[in-house]
Write a protein that binds this ligand. Structure first.
Ligand SMILES: Nc1nc2c(ncn2[C@@H]2O[C@H](COP(=O)(O)OP(=O)(O)OP(=O)(O)O)[C@@H](O)[C@H]2O)c(=O)[nH]1
Ligand SMILES: [Mg+2]
Ligand SMILES: [Zn+2]
Length: 349
């Protein structure tokens, strides 16, 4: 039977919890039912409607979450240390937490396919935003003599990030990843469909237990994996497999939010004060609409919360972009220095 530490629990978190709290870690979510790993074994529990129906993504259980159990139900989701979050495709902008409480994000791509522009960069941005360490894996290195140039290309967009050419098929390069797969560490695999995320899970587990499938002859992935799942590896690490994301939406887009809440944006223009916080200000059109029953207060609350989230993401993104610019500058300076050294060597004495 696993201990909480085996499931990735950080004992520093226990402080605020009652000693008899029934804790578990979500390994998989199916409609309304969650699989939860506990020191007593794996259990399947209900997710109550109040958690399913909420707009508050912090409360909706997702794979990797630590939860308190009560009466064979999830009682609540504990605060996340990190969360890979994306925008859900569709007309309404919603956030989806892809995986929670991860230490490392493996951004997987295909070394044997021609590099696809900014694809890695978009997944990397997702990884950076979540507060975990990103590592780029270029899989299927066995299938190409060109894996070096794939690594070079990835390095150019993934400054300051480790890039590894690996093969789930032959095991090439996997031994270099063991430092990330330490006991109790949680790693999530993200990347397009068909690049071999599930095959990597099987390779790390040392057995074929996750279903994988050939990529279609037109090169398009098949979206073989249809749910996210947390696996315990023989190394003691926890590895989360995800389906290839169809659209890597970023939360930094305020426009989508404004479209989704156009009614509130319109109301705000009618407030007496331009910087109205919609609390106790006189002439507040938002408060009036809520009072008149024209605006659902819960909808307004979720708008406020999402705006705050966007602001947070934008902050983090700005930080990331600064770091990236710095790394680019240093890389350029290094290459000047190399060029200068070469010239010096060549200069006739
Ligand atoms: N040559 C080679 N083929 C691989 C390797 N890893 C995976 N594949 C093949 O690539 C195809 C897709 O692998 P999957 O593991 O299902 O890909 P996935 O990323 O999980 O795809 P989704 O679940 O759709 O997101 C399968 O046919 C695998 O056999 C590898 O290292 N080398
Ligand atoms: Mg898969
Ligand atoms: Zn107002």
């Amino acid at each position: 039977m696993p201990s909480l530490a085996d499931l990735g629990w950080n004992p520093q978190r226990s402080a605020a919890l009652p000693s008899d709290a029934a804790l578990g870690r979500v390994s998989r979510v199916d409609r309304g039912i969650a699989s939860v790993l506990t020191p007593g074994g794996a259990v399947r529990v209900r997710i109550p409607n109040r958690l399913l129906a909420t707009q508050d993504t912090d409360q909706i259980p997702t794979v990797g979450d630590w939860v308190l159990l009560h009466d064979e139900e999830i009682d609540r989701v504990l605060d996340r240390m990190s969360a890979v979050t994306r925008k859900v495709a569709g007309e309404r902008t919603r956030a989806q937490v892809v995986a929670a409480n991860v230490d490392v994000v493996f951004v997987v791509d295909d070394a044997s396919a021609p590099p696809k522009g900014r694809r890695i960069e978009r997944y990397l941005a997702l990884a950076w935003e979540c507060g975990a360490l990103p590592v780029v894996l270029l899989n299927k290195a066995d299938a190409t003599p060109e894996s070096d140039s794939a690594v070079e290309h990835a390095h150019a967009v993934a400054l300051g990030v480790d890039v590894h050419a690996v093969s789930a098929r032959t095991g090439e390069g996997l031994e270099l990843l063991t430092k990330h797969l330490a006991p109790g560490h949680t790693v999530v695999l993200i990347g397009p469909s068909g690049v071999g995320k599930s095959s990597l899970v099987n390779a790390f587990r040392g057995e074929d237990c996750v279903y994988t499938q050939d990529v279609r002859s037109d090169g398009k992935g098949r979206h073989t994996t249809s749910y996210r799942e947390l696996h315990r590896l023989p190394s003691g690490a926890l590895l989360i497999d995800t389906p290839g994301l169809r659209e890597v939406g970023l939360w930094a887009n305020e426009e989508g939010l404004e479209r989704a809440y156009a009614d509130i944006v319109e109301l705000e223009t009618q407030c007496q004060f331009r910087d109205c916080a919609h609390r106790t200000e006189p002439g507040c059109a938002v408060a009036a609409a809520i009072g008149a029953g024209d605006l659902d207060p819960a909808r307004f609350a979720s708008w406020v919360k999402l705006q705050r989230e966007v602001a947070r993401v934008q902050d983090r993104r700005a930080g990331w972009e600064r770091a990236r610019a710095g790394a680019q500058l240093r890389a350029r300076q290094r290459s000047y220095k190399v060029a200068r050294d070469i010239q010096r060597q060549r200069r006739p004495r």
